[in-house]
Design a protein around this ligand. Structure first.
Ligand code: GLN
Ligand code: ZN
Length: 775
């Protein structure tokens, strides 16, 4: 039995990768220096894993930006617009032309170039974003990058024999999209051209003496059609042809194989990795479907969350599999790459953020390596006396969590038991509420204007927050300054002529972290960064226990803002699904249950805002769609409880209080009926870049409530003109009732500068006024 790892976080213990790559982008260091720093980082990752006792350490899991972009470079899928760059580039140091690579990721604008970046999208259901390969019908492939070979040699030179990681040919094609192609062209049509390149890569690895390659085909764990199944069979038959020594570990994660289990079991490979954290029930059927001499890699350590593994339970899985397959056919691993997990828990020494009692329950990537080693020794009955103690302490920590008073709160449990359907409905249906709201809420009947909540967060505002946090600014002083900023913003909005005002969110660092800090049941890390894309990271809060709201959170700011103006001010909250999605969640209860606890906490806040005289309350759910399960058959269940959670949070108000929600994307077609079930009085969303196309879903569905399609793209510093915003509104009026429409930007203005924000909003207000006159 061996242990192995699927991938280690690349960012480094002090976000070293970010630092050196950004320095290189700024021209502060050259290629040689970047290469040296990155090499040191990789060597540290390999030796960390080896020293932790991992039998098979991965290579080529590292990336300067993204592993899918690396694969595109490996097989020569470089879009035409970068070719001139590629040819210009003098590439003495890297395994591939690195400036072309970064241009593909980020675009390139300088005196001589203006080349757009490739698209980026979410990596399955994680918060990691990858670069989307582009495929044209006349696409050719060739091996362009030697990274996978170089990294193997590099690790070998420091004494670590590795298992190269490679995205498989079928998943690679599926991750991309067709470009400049007729409708009948599908990217899988390129498989025949791609396979020889993969064959060459594998042959070369074999000649180098590589024993195992981790070939990843995550699509085997998703819903796929017959053509895709055929593509898998063809691809793996072809890859088996010229391979005698080299072994392929076919790797799946994030879901179970389910209906693809026979397909996967029949592919001519040497091992199969399955995710037993996400899909523990699949083990027996997978074992039944496997040929005799195939190794099975059991993903029993959660690669996506931060809790300690129950080693006793994991050992039972392993023993059960070993009985059927034989010890020498078993590999033990994390469920997926540890890319999705922070690096090292030992860095968390700030006990106010992460109390020691909670830290005891947790494991980051480095700790998960130790779990694997301990697990192997436990199953093999070869624990030393000291390790025996470690094991017992580990299991004691886990039982400690199960019983901890920090986790369980009787009042929350009681409220959860008392939940009933009545709590999920407003008093009256939307059309009746609309009449009441028109009477009470003083905004124009047609084309009322508003914003999504945040206004530019200047370095000054950020400094107040950090000084307050550090204790250098008293509470009174800090709150006074925030109030000053609110005052100023209120008057600015009045001057611009906006109708429904906001307080600006100056007190918030982040829309999830802010609520986490005020709700019970959340803890924080100081170094728990996870790569989001390129050099960007996120530091999700940790939900460890029953969630509730000890005291009002935003009421103070919203009522202050309201006291400064006769115009209505909109309260601003983050929704339960988004808070859940952007946190590390409990593993001892369902996501549904956690979402509903968060919803109750928000419900309390909504009620208090209403009682404080706030007449409109926005509950943002930008991550609502992101929560959709990977397998379609699980969509309905998710959508049921996610909608219920939103309703639980929002429906406590009287008819005359207007509930808004906001979502920052534009794909609604397949979930529109559930968006309607949210029953928000007003929904605002991103549309400016998709030119109102998304409204189609709302039109087709006959969506009854009010809609604020974003007409000002806040993702760029450009100031949109009145006429261009009017033409977007005209498009909206063509398909929807004018009385349904709101006028607003497509997202919060936090990342914008004041210089462009004010004129843009002035133009927006003027567009709304002209539209009113036209009706
Ligand atoms: N109210 C938030 C803001 O304006 C919404 C952010 C978001 O949509 N992601 O910043
Ligand atoms: Zn948004």
């Amino acid at each position: 039995m061996i242990t192995h790892n699927l991938g280690y976080p690349r960012i480094g213990i002090n976000r070293d990768l970010k630092k050196v790559v950004e320095q290189y982008w700024k021209g502060e260091i050259d290629k040689t220096k970047l290469d040296e720093s990155v090499s040191a980082l990789k060597v540290m990752h390999w030796t960390t894993q080896k020293n932790a006792g991992i039998d098979m350490v991965p290579s080529n899991d590292f990336s300067l930006y993204d592993q899918v972009l690396d694969t595109a470079m490996l097989v020569g899928a470089v879009p035409e617009r970068y070719e001139e760059l590629f040819e210009e580039e003098d590439n003495k140091i890297y395994s591939y032309p690195i400036d072309t690579y970064f241009a593909m990721a980020r675009g390139l604008q300088d005196e001589d170039h203006d080349i757009a970046a490739m698209e980026m999208t979410k990596w399955f259901n994680t918060n990691y974003h990858y670069i989307v390969p582009e495929f044209t019908p006349d696409q050719e492939f060739q091996c362009l990058s030697s990274k996978i070979f170089d990294e193997y040699e590099e690790a070998k030179s420091v004494g670590v024999i590795t298992k190269p990681v490679l995205i498989g040919p079928v998943s690679f094609l599926l991750l991309g999209k067709e470009k400049d192609a007729p409708d009948d062209f599908h990217r899988l049509d390129l498989l025949d051209k791609l396979l020889p390149v993969y064959q060459n890569i594998l042959t070369k690895l074999q000649n180098m003496g590589v024993e195992w390659v981790q070939i990843e085909e995550p699509f085997l764990a998703l819903d796929i059609d017959e053509d895709t199944r055929g593509a898998f069979q063809k691809a793996y038959r072809a890859l088996a042809e010229e391979r005698s020594e080299l072994k392929l570990l076919l790797t799946t994660y994030f879901e179970g194989l389910e209906d693809n289990v026979e397909l996967a079991g029949d592919l001519p490979v040497d091992g199969l990795h399955i995710d037993l954290v996400e899909a523990p029930d699949q083990m027996d059927t997978v074992i039944d479907a496997l040929d005799e001499d195939i190794s099975l890699s059991l993903g029993v350590v959660d690669g996506r969350n931060i809790w300690k593994t129950d080693l006793q339970k994991a050992a039972e899985f392993i023993q059960q599999a070993a009985e059927q397959l034989g010890n020498d056919k078993i590999m033990v691993a994390p469920s997926c790459s540890l890319l999705h997990c922070p690096v090292d828990l030992e860095q968390e020494t700030d006990e106010t953020a992460l109390p020691p009692e909670i830290k005891r329950w947790m494991a980051f990537s480095k700790q998960k390596l130790d779990e694997l080693t301990l697990l192997k020794k436990f199953v093999g009955s070869s624990l030393s006396e000291e390790e025996e103690k470690l094991f017992e302490q580990h299991q004691a920590d886990i039982s400690g969590k199960e019983e901890s008073g920090l986790v369980h709160n009787k009042n929350v449990q009681k409220r959860m038991q008392l939940l009933d359907g009545e709590m999920l409905h407003r008093d009256h249906p939307y059309n009746e509420r609309k009449t009441e709201q028109e009477e009470h809420l003083d905004v124009p009947d047609l084309f009322p204007t508003t914003t999504i909540g945040s206004f530019p967060q200047t370095p000054e505002v950020r400094k107040w927050r950090s000084e307050f946090r550090k204790g250098n600014l008293s509470k009174e002083e800090y709150e006074g300054r925030i109030e000053g900023a609110i005052d100023k913003l209120i008057h600015q909005q009045e001057e611009i002529g906006l109708d429904l005002l906001v307080h600006g969110e100056f007190e918030r660092n982040d829309m999830v972290e802010y609520f986490g800090e005020h709700f019970a049941g959340f803890a924080f890390t100081r170094h728990g960064w996870v790569q989001s894309y390129g050099t960007r990271g996120v530091k999700p809060p940790v939900i460890y226990g029953d969630v509730h709201r000890p005291d009002p959170v935003t009421v103070r700011w919203s009522s202050y803002a309201q006291s400064q103006t006769d115009k209505p001010v909109k309260g601003m909250l983050t929704g339960p699904v988004t808070i859940l999605q952007w946190s590390f969640v409990r593993d001892d209860q369902s996501r549904e249950e956690t979402a509903k606890q968060i919803a109750l906490a928000i419900r309390d806040e909504v009620k208090d805002l209403e009682e404080a005289g706030i007449q409109a309350i926005q509950i943002d759910e930008p991550a609502f769609r992101e929560g959709l399960p990977l397998r379609r058959k699980n969509w309905n269940h998710y959508l049921e409880w996610a909608v219920d959670a939103f309703r639980l949070a929002s429906t406590v108000v009287k008819d005359r209080t207007q509930i808004h929600t906001h979502m920052c994307y534009s794909e609604f077609n397949d979930i529109i009926e559930h968006i309607a079930r949210l029953d928000a009085d007003v929904i605002s969303m991103e549309t400016s870049r998709s030119q109102m196309e998304l409204l189609e879903a709302f039109v087709e569905f006959d969506y009854p409530n009010e809609i604020g399609p974003g007409i000002y793209d806040i993702h760029s510093p450009r100031v949109p003109s009145t006429s261009e915003m009017m033409s977007l509104l005209e498009k909206a009026v063509d398909v929807l009732d004018a009385s349904q429409l709101w006028v607003n930007p497509d997202c919060g203005l936090k990342t914008r500068g004041w210089e462009e924000t004010v004129p843009s909003l002035e133009n927006m207000v003027s567009a709304a006024r002209q539209m009113r006159q036209k009706q």
